[in-house]
Design a protein around this ligand. Structure first.
Ligand code: MOS
Length: 723
């Protein structure tokens, strides 16, 4: 039997999902369920002066209509970076268009929705600050570390370093706000049993919900149980604590009925956050041979007046390339918009567009190949932190990717390659994202039926994390994969990494390894106390207990001892290595075709080569990078959340907010170096969840320039911007 580690493995829950047996949050239909429907504001700023709820309250099946004038009591949030500043309905303030200002609860979903439409609201409206470009002059430095960077000895300012550089480029780049749009909308089902609360809710971390609901509902955390094993995508918008969850729980408590609230697609645009707008100025200074001497990256991102999150677009420039002089400036502009929040590679997906575009502009000015410019400034030591990178093989990504893609065939003269009606261009960009490993606990149960169950709080937002539990469990226990199942997304399990920050596999996979050792020790202890292994100090080998020529599978042994199972829980610490800079790396090579009459840009080929340590599941890992690349293509060419001057999002639906469909995406060639990184953990796996999107938008823009000679510095790159 060979280990499944690193093979192409189907998700262990795949069959459950495609047969409808995997219950997503909204699929939990409990006895006596009532249905909530959110009422949202239709002005961008001001106060609610009155709400007429009589018609709604009197319509069929309605159980309650909660408003700021008939609120459910909630306590203040805790100030987490992903929270809004105020819980819903606790005051009459309207801070953005689409803010939750009411909850209607009825016997059926349709009754709740129809009644919600009958609520009439009077406002005292004020003009909102809802234009990012108009507000840009008011940008203010973020509170902590507004500037960061490094200067070479003897250099007194970044301006001096730029002035002393023989070749410089400087330009402004902007990116559109983007919305996560997971396929599965957020939903919460709240069930009270006495003073105990069970929540089925879409979340990237069940412990996150426990701690926040404990605070805002005023309930002991030990009395809150959160379950969310299956998710249809998250991308960051299922991390924060959004209004529907505490409202649904509080309504269920007050009504003495379980309540389910599901967000509409339109509400997903305003209630659960988005990726900020950005405006960035990048200045690069280099020697004539392309050696970077200065990087200055001034990033301004939008933030919401009513939420805590702040994006830092310039962060990407701190350590991606070697340069003796680097300065980044972090500013925000406050809008009366829905919350900005984390979205796949927060800050870095945005920042890499400007940095990778600027490098392409520098390469042109130097008369240098853009790949050669990256190779020249590739480094083994992080420029700002001065820490050596752990296991960096980016040079191999560049080399293998260029070869597979045929980069040497790139014509450096823009607009010179024509294929029928299409102008063809090539561009590239570097992928770079942090690779964390946090503390994590895992429980493993060895059962009398011969199976092993690996459990932890960890969520699987569609990434394949639960299958990582199974693969590493089977590998560590030396048993066939089909004997291992995962139990996850349950706040009652040992606490491990939430689904975010590209740290799940590094953290949780390592914990599975130590838990496997612990449960083997527990099994042997039990075996040594009973016949046939009593006092014989048996050993564990590939699922069998052995001593003196006697060998029994753990299932047979437990059955003979009349024990249902043995279990052990173990914790692996956060990465003890503080000496190295832990990142994942990669290179994207992109070919685009721009129609010479319509100027429609299409991506026609992509090769992505990733250096992310050991790959645990080749299939799911490839899927993760493909997802990142597709999201990057969406950001480059299509995605554009339109905030009107009124503060209303004009395209809060999947007809007006464009995302790539299959016809927009060519075959994606994704490869991994697969070199284990023993410094991050014994498992050697680094993060891949966010890596794939970083560098893609720049690579697409650079390819568009190569195809057309037109440099588009504003995302998305639409036909209009290519005229
Ligand atoms: Mo993600 S943006 O790490 O939730």
């Amino acid at each position: 039997m060979s280990s499944p580690l690193g093979k192409e493995i189907d998700r262990f829950e795949a069959r459950l999902k495609v047969t409808g047996r995997a219950l997503y949050a909204a699929d939990n239909n409990v006895t006596g369920l009532a249905y909530g429907y959110l009422v949202t504001s239709t002005i961008g700023l001001g106060t609610v002066t009155a709400m007429d709820t009589a018609a709604a309250a009197g319509s069929p099946g309605v159980l309650a209509v909660y408003t700021p004038f008939n609120p459910l009591k909630l306590f203040a949030y805790g100030g987490d970076q992903n929270d809004e500043s105020t819980p819903p309905l606790q005051d009459t303030g309207v801070r953005y268009h689409g803010q939750v200002i009411g909850l209607v609860v009825a016997e059926t979903f349709e009754q709740a929705r129809d009644a919600a439409a009958l609520v009439t609201v009077s406002y005292d409206a004020k003009p909102p600050a809802a234009s990012f470009p108009a507000a840009l002059p008011n940008a203010t430095p973020i509170k902590n570390s507004p500037t960061a960077g490094v200067l070479a000895p003897g250099v007194t300012s970044i301006a001096d370093a730029i002035a002393a550089s023989p070749v410089t480029v400087t330009a402004m780049y902007t990116t559109a706000a983007q919305n996560h749009n997971p396929m599965e909308p957020h939903a919460t089902v709240a069930v009270w049993t006495g003073d105990h609360l069970t929540l089925y809710t879409a979340t990237q971390g069940t412990p996150l919900v426990v701690s926040r609901m404990s605070k805002t509902l005023g309930v002991d955390a030990a009395k809150i149980h959160v379950l969310n094993p299956f998710q249809g995508g998250a991308f960051g918008c299922k991390w924060g604590n959004w209004a529907h969850t505490p409202l649904t729980a509080a309504a269920a408590r007050e009504l003495g009925r379980p309540v389910k609230t599901v967000l509409t697609r339109e509400q997903l645009f305003t209630v659960v956050g988005h990726r900020a707008f950005s405006s960035q100025i990048v200045t690069l200074g280099a020697a004539a041979d392309g050696t970077l001497n200065a990087i200055k990256h001034d990033g301004v991102s939008s933030r919401s007046a009513s939420a805590n999150f702040q994006e830092n677009a310039g962060n990407i420039s701190l350590n991606t390339y070697a340069s003796p002089n680097i300065e980044i400036n972090r500013k925000t502009v406050t809008l009366d918009s829905p919350a900005t929040t984390i979205m796949r590679a927060p800050s870095d997906a945005t920042g890499s567009f400007a940095l990778e575009s600027a490098l392409d502009e520098l390469a042109l000015k130097l008369g240098m190949d853009p790949l050669a410019l990256r190779q020249k400034n590739n480094s083994t030591v992080a420029a700002t932190s001065k820490k050596p990178f752990s296991g960096k093989h980016l040079d191999e990504c560049y080399r293998i990717g260029a070869e597979a893609f045929g980069w040497s065939r790139r014509n450096p003269v823009p607009g010179s390659v024509v294929d029928g009606d299409w102008l063809v261009g090539m561009g590239m960009g570097t992928a770079f994202f942090s690779a964390g490993r946090g503390a994590a606990s895992i429980k493993i149960r060895l059962r009398a039926d011969g199976t092993a169950v690996v459990s932890g709080t960890g969520s699987d937002s569609g990434t394949g994390q639960a299958t990582v539990y199974c693969i590493v469990g089977a590998d560590s226990l030396g048993i066939p994969l089909k004997q291992v199942t995962a139990d996850f997304g349950d706040s009652a399990a040992p606490v491990n990494a939430n689904a975010g920050g590209s740290a799940s596999t590094a953290s949780n996979g390592t914990a599975v390894q130590v838990a496997a050792d612990a449960v083997k020790a527990e099994l042997l202890k039990v075996a040594n106390e009973h016949p046939p292994f009593q006092g014989k100090n048996p050993v564990y080998e590939r699922g069998f207990v052995k001593a003196d020529g006697v060998s029994m599978s753990f299932g047979s042994l437990l059955t003979s001892l009349n024990m249902a199972e043995v279990e052990a829980t173990a914790t692996s610490p956060k990465n003890p290595d503080t000496v190295h800079q832990f990142m994942s790396f990669g290179a994207h090579f992109v070919e685009v075709r721009v129609h010479r009459r319509t100027r429609e840009p299409r991506v026609s080929r992509v090769v992505s080569v990733m250096d992310a340590g050991r790959i645990v599941n080749a299939k799911a890992a490839r899927n993760q990078i493909m997802g990142g690349v597709i999201m990057g293509i969406g950001a480059a060419l299509l995605e554009d959340m339109r905030l009107e001057p009124t503060g209303r999002i004009a395209n809060a639906n999947l007809a007006g907010y464009l995302v790539p469909v299959n016809a927009d995406i060519p075959e994606l060639d994704v490869r991994f170096l697969g070199i284990p990184d023993p410094l991050i953990s014994p498992l050697g796996a680094r993060g891949i969840g966010e890596l794939g999107i970083v560098g893609v938008t720049g690579a697409v823009a650079n390819a568009v320039f190569n195809a057309t000679g037109k440099r588009v510095r504003d995302l998305p790159i639409t036909c209009e911007r290519l005229q």
